[in-house]
Design a protein around this ligand. Structure first.
Ligand code: SF4
Length: 82
């Protein structure tokens, strides 16, 4: 049965490729990675955002968790978000 897209992170979608994305995040060099507290804050903004669909940021096409995991990246809708 198909379900409608949800405003949720990849980990909540049950998508088969989620593991690959999480492995990618895990293997980011430490110096490029967002700190845990900042990461948590970024994802809290994403889950409240209308552009999040099934873990994907529809504003930029990135997996939100992967984008947020990179320190140098910002929200495509403005740095005031994160
Ligand atoms: S990265 Fe920005 S635009 Fe994309 S889902 Fe997160 S808060 Fe929304």
């Amino acid at each position: 049965m198909n379900r409608p897209p949800c405003r949720c992170l990849l980990r909540e979608t049950g998508a088969g490729y989620a593991e690959t994305v999480y492995r990618y995040i895990e293997n980011l060099p430490a110096e490029e990675k967002t700190g845990p507290e900042e990461y948590r804050k970024r994802l809290a903004v994403c889950v409240a955002c209308r552009y999040l669909r099934d873990g994907l940021c529809t504003a930029c096409g990135c997996f939100a968790e992967a984008r947020a995991a990179k320190k140098r990246m910002h929200c495509p809708m403005g740095e005031e978000r994160w």
